[in-house]
Design a binder for this molecule. Structure first.
Ligand code: DHB
Ligand code: FE
Length: 311
């Protein structure tokens, strides 16, 4: 069916006006982006015969998504955050910035909180109250991806969820900054003691899960640990590791798993090793080294400027 919004004469002029092109004021970049998104949306409405009821259902869904503070959850769940990573990888490749052996980036996710305590070399991440998971000893070093040499003044910021898959701050029942620390490496070495995180699932019954259900998809992630890794003169790295024995390791609803980021958790029961590692009992040992690439400018040394929770 031919409608007026299919007619280029009508729609093109109208959308340019709606996006502010008739005005000398405003922001040209915002106009450009709004014009494009509006045009694509109108095309979808016409091509798919989106009804008035469907349109307002969608608009109201976005309202509820925002009210539930789940915008960034859905961005991850629809794979958009992963797509941004894939695009950054491609831009690096084209600019000759991709280096063999460099630790790949993967999504930050929506559950970071700024301001975690800063510790030297070794961190106790958990507050000891969650006894439902195995103990975890996580360590490694930060090295230059090209030379393999340690980067002495590197910093590793780490965060993960508890045995129920919940993150402190967003889960108000946990202590402040539970399972979140900023570790200033000891000559490139970092060590963290904690509990093994469980897999994660989106909050049940909320807008993100509602849409995933309509798509016939689940909202689960494998057990994983998040990192920001940075050092003067090196490109900031946002990444995660995933635990190899988790059933969702290759079925992550947020598409964050990458082959180079899968880690085996090795059981340690030897009392001598437990004592040497300063652990309270048998534990799971995880070792992961980060390989950073040199920064071309100071902008590359810092993380993206997206809005983040802070405490
Ligand atoms: C989501 C949750 C996470 O813990 C994560 O790392 C990535 C995404 C989410 O709920 O979308
Ligand atoms: Fe996470």
């Amino acid at each position: 069916m031919k409608t007026k919004i299919s007619s280029p004469e009508f729609l093109e002029g109208f959308l340019r006006t709606a996006a502010g092109y008739d005005s000398d004021e405003g922001n040209p970049r915002v106009k450009e982006i709004v014009h494009r998104l509006l045009s694509d949306l109108c095309k979808a409405i016409d091509d798919l015969d989106i009804t008035v009821d469907e349109f307002w259902h969608g608009a109201n869904y976005l309202l509820r998504l925002g009210q539930a503070h789940e915008t960034a959850l859905l961005v991850a769940g629809l794979g958009l955050e992963h797509i941004l990573d894939v695009r950054e990888d491609e831009l690096d490749e084209n600019a000759g910035l991709a280096k063999d052996g460099a630790t790949p980036r993967t999504i930050e996710g929506p559950l970071y909180v700024a301001g975690a305590p800063v510790v030297e070399g070794e961190a106790q991440l958990d507050d000891g109250t969650d006894t439902e998971s195995d103990l975890m000893h996580l360590s490694g070093k930060v090295v230059d991806a090209v030379t393999g040499e340690v980067i002495p003044n590197a910093t590793v910021e780490v965060w993960h969820c508890n045995s129920k898959g919940n993150y402190s701050f967003f889960d108000q029942s946990q202590s402040d900054f539970n399972m979140r620390r900023t570790i200033k490496t000891d000559n490139g070495q970092y060590t963290a003691r904690s509990i093994v995180p469980s897999g994660y699932s989106v909050p049940p019954g909320n807008p993100t899960e509602q849409l995933l259900t309509l798509l016939g998809r689940h909202g689960s992630r494998p057990a994983h640990i998040h990192f920001f890794v940075h050092a003067p003169g090196y490109r900031h790295l946002t990444t995660q590791i995933n635990l190899s024995d988790d059933p969702f390791c290759h079925d992550d609803f947020a598409y964050a798993t990458r082959d180079e980021l899968i880690v085996d958790a090795v059981e340690v029961n030897d009392p001598e090793k437990i004592a040497a590692a300063k652990m309270k009992g048998p534990y799971k040992e995880l070792v992961f080294d980060f390989s950073l690439t040199k920064a071309a400018d100071s902008d590359q040394e810092v993380r993206s400027s997206r809005a983040r929770a802070a405490l």
